[in-house]
Ligand binder design. Structure first.
Ligand SMILES: Nc1ncnc2c1ncn2[C@@H]1O[C@H](COP(=O)(O)OP(=O)(O)O)[C@@H](O)[C@H]1O
Ligand SMILES: N[C@@H](CC(=O)OP(=O)(O)O)C(=O)O
Length: 480
């Protein structure tokens, strides 16, 4: 099934938890009955469910997976799974006042969870014989558990919409009781060849089981990968992500919702800069497929459906050079290698990168001079300490130092604005913010300021006030 007239739309977890908003603002949105179709919805688990299944995305608090992987507490995971059934059936109770429908939804998800419980008990027994190592199967366990959340929300949404007279169809990509493991693209082709978009509304699980193993590469970003591959494989005319906020000119929680303005237009290059800083409009690997297939990506605010949101395309460059977004990352470690012999010994950078690669530490930015190379890494203190120990072995005569910093970036599809650098630095100086390092590429799509970690918020506010607010954008920066 491919058509050039349909959209593929991802609905994020926080939005999914508000069924009425999903139904009224996304599914119906004032459309006539005949205009409801030609859309594919890829849904995430309800907010907080995947945290319970795996571990809390922000706090790290263990979920079922983390407890199962921690061999010490043999049965804590089982108790957690039982609590999870209660959590999910409570959600069903909110969603289905009709007892028959609630019973149907409860039956579906309880069967699924009890099936997984049986699997995990068998796996534990298998691994108790020593020939089988639990560690070798943990990624499969993680994938199986993750899929429960999306199966739950997709099944419920399809059932609810059917009750509202919409021909919604539950498309389960979680591989539950599948007898073959297919590569992702093949699995998607198989699933959507069976769908008639002119008269069916597929509600698709954001988790897809496939030979590549989505979580191996994307972990908690798996639903974006499923979403983007569905858009590519079915040749969508547009891909849309429905989130609980606009992609704004800065974090509304820092600058103030009254001061930020939605980004109306931008491009995948800017989206990659944001992802590099940890503020993901779209995961770069997920965005790559859509960019290469020239599928526009729109980020919509579920709770402001009348707003055209942010349209991300590969070729967009703002007519008037300007900063479009101030974004940053405060959890960054600067690892500085200062070695007086460096100038005379080419290859130092390669050796440093080899150490970072060995510990799978990703760097967000870097700067160098004759005898100093500094990498700014987005990692944990534990990993940074390991890297520093390895660097000391590699560079015995070097001074190696680390420091927690924040990186704040002024980003835009074209920021070749004369005087922007001086205005930015002045805005920071006026707030007594010292700039520890400064990076700008010749392509001029971003200027990165490295500041003390505790100056992160002040820096974002100062740059937003100097570079964006004076333009008094109203509806959006270049409305989509
Ligand atoms: N430029 C920005 N536009 C909108 N929100 C932003 C921006 N920068 C940071 N944020 C913050 O990111 C939060 C969402 O973070 P994110 O991890 O993407 O949520 P989710 O995991 O639900 O997609 C928003 O609630 C907002 O506080
Ligand atoms: N439900 C998964 C996948 C996901 O992307 O969710 P969300 O769209 O709410 O970020 C998770 O929480 O990781």
């Amino acid at each position: 099934m491919t058509s050039e007239q349909h959209t593929v739309e991802k609905i994020g977890g926080t939005s999914m938890s508000n069924y009425e908003a999903v139904r009224d603002n996304i599914i119906l949105g004032g459309r006539e009955q005949d205009d409801l179709y030609q859309r594919i919805f890829v849904v995430s688990a309800y907010g907080g469910v995947t945290d319970e299944l795996l571990e809390h995305k922000k706090t790290g608090e263990p979920g079922v997976y983390a407890l199962f992987a921690d061999a010490e507490s043999d049965w804590a995971w089982g108790d957690d799974l039982t609590k999870l059934i209660q959590f999910l059936t409570d959600i069903n109770g909110e969603l289905f006042p009709d007892p028959m429908l609630k019973q149907q939804a409860d039956q579906f998800i309880t069967d699924r969870i009890e099936g997984v419980r049986g699997c995990l008990i068998d796996l534990q027994r298998l691994c108790s014989y020593g020939q089988f190592q639990l560690e070798e199967h943990l990624l499969t366990v993680r994938e199986m558990l993750a899929g429960i959340g999306e199966a739950h929300s997709a099944f419920n949404t399809a059932l609810k919409l059917q009750q509202e007279g919409i021909n919604a169809r539950f498309v389960d990509l979680t591989g539950w009781r599948d007898n073959e493991l297919l590569p992702l693209d093949e699995k998607l082709k198989q699933a959507f060849d069976a769908v008639d978009l002119s008269r069916e509304l597929p509600i698709v699980t954001g988790y897809a089981q496939c030979k590549e193993g989505l979580m191996r590469t994307f972990d908690r970003g798996y639903s974006e990968m499923t979403f983007s591959r569905v858009a590519v494989i079915t040749n969508a005319r547009e891909a849309i992500i429905h989130k609980e906020y606009h992609l704004s000119s800065a974090d509304p929680n820092i600058v103030g919702a009254d001061k930020v303005v939605p980004l109306g237009r931008t491009n995948y290059d800017v989206a990659d800069q944001l992802a590099n800083l940890g503020m993901e409009a779209i995961h770069p690997r997920a965005g790559k497929g859509m960019r290469q297939n020239e599928i526009p990506l729109r980020v919509m605010n579920t709770f402001e459906p009348e707003h055209t949101g942010t349209l991300i395309t590969g070729d967009y460059v703002s007519e008037k050079p300007q900063v479009e977004i101030i974004a940053g990352n405060k959890g960054v470690f600067a690892i500085e290698v200062f070695d007086q012999d460096m100038q005379g010994e080419p290859g130092s950078d390669r050796r440093i990168l080899e150490v970072l690669g060995r510990f799978k530490v990703r760097f967000v930015s870097k700067d160098t001079n004759a005898n100093t190379i500094t990498h700014y890494v987005d990692s944990t203190l534990k990993h940074v300490k390991r890297v520093v120990r390895a660097l000391k072995d590699e560079f015995p005569n070097a001074e190696i130092s680390t420091r927690k910093v924040a990186i704040v970036s002024a980003i835009g599809s074209d920021i070749k604005v004369s005087g922007i650098l001086s205005r930015s630095v002045k805005a920071l100086a006026d707030e007594d913010i010292s700039v520890l390092a400064l990076h700008q590429c010749m392509r001029q799509v971003d200027i990165q300021f490295v500041v003390d970690e505790d100056a992160y918020e002040k820096t974002i506010v100062a740059l937003h006030g100097a570079l964006i607010e004076p333009h008094n954008h109203e509806y959006a920066i270049v409305a989509a």
